[in-house]
Design a binder for this molecule. Structure first.
Ligand code: SF4
Length: 231
């Protein structure tokens, strides 16, 4: 697979001035006190998971003190803790927690990536930054012919997945499908193979603290993803 080569290229990308400055500044001087003595990754974060995954998670972006610290997607913050625990409950990960490379955690038939690979200030990438980063995701999905489900976390993940599909020449439903928790849209690759876009609320603390997203709701979406992936 060419995915490891792509990952290597992603992790040295410096295309977005604002994000390069932010990810490095946090790594150098903006560390959270509890992590003050840890080395920070401070670079773009490559995807994690198997190369023949059928389920591909499209997240938003690394968190400044989360994946920007650990270097592993969705690892080192509360959102990630939620997601990994749910993947474990669904039988899609070997352990309920993800802490750092070398912890033995493995995804099973799944891969996790993001719309933007560098931590943005206030977790908000600009439209321009999303546009600049989109080709990385497009190249990755193009190298993954087995993907049957794009699991989009939040509206930004949903939008990024649709953009990738459009730019790759996939057939999309019209009008453009709207994001929702549990929403689905049928996409078709140029060779005719179907891919289902599946939406889930992002497991951000904003959603999990308020009960907008419960564990049961996330479990249900993952069961749907598994069913679609096996179809
Ligand atoms: Fe490169 Fe994406 Fe990071 Fe921008 S956000 S610097 S395009 S990896």
């Amino acid at each position: 697979s060419d995915l490891p080569a792509l990952d290597a290229r992603i992790t040295v990308c410096r295309a977005c001035n604002r994000l390069v400055a932010w990810r490095e500044e946090v790594a150098r001087t903006g560390r959270r006190a509890s992590f003050a003595h840890e080395p920070y990754w401070g670079r773009p974060v490559a995807s994690v998971g198997t190369t023949d995954a059928r389920i591909y998670v499209v997240g938003l972006a690394p968190a400044a003190n989360g994946a920007n610290r650990t270097g592993r997607m969705f690892t080192g913050d509360r959102s990630g803790d939620w997601l990994w625990a749910a993947f474990y409950r669904a039988g899609l990960a070997t352990s309920p927690t993800s802490t750092a490379a070398g912890d033995g955690q493995r995804l099973i038939g799944a891969r996790m990536g993001a719309a933007v690979r560098c931590a943005p200030p206030a977790n908000k990438p600009t439209t321009g930054e999303r546009t600049t980063c989109a080709p990385w995701l497009a190249r990755e999905i193009a190298l993954m012919p087995e993907v049957k489900v794009l699991l989009a976390l939040g509206g930004i993940g949903w939008g990024a997945a649709l953009r990738v599909a459009r730019e790759a020449g996939w057939t999309l439903p019209r009008p453009q499908p709207r994001f929702g928790h549990g929403a689905t849209a049928e996409l078709t690759r140029p060779d005719g193979r179907p891919v289902t876009l599946l939406g889930s609320y992002h497991p951000s603390q904003q959603n999990t603290f308020t009960g907008r997203l419960t564990e049961a709701m996330l479990d249900e979406v993952l069961e749907t993803a598994k069913r679609l992936a096996e179809a």
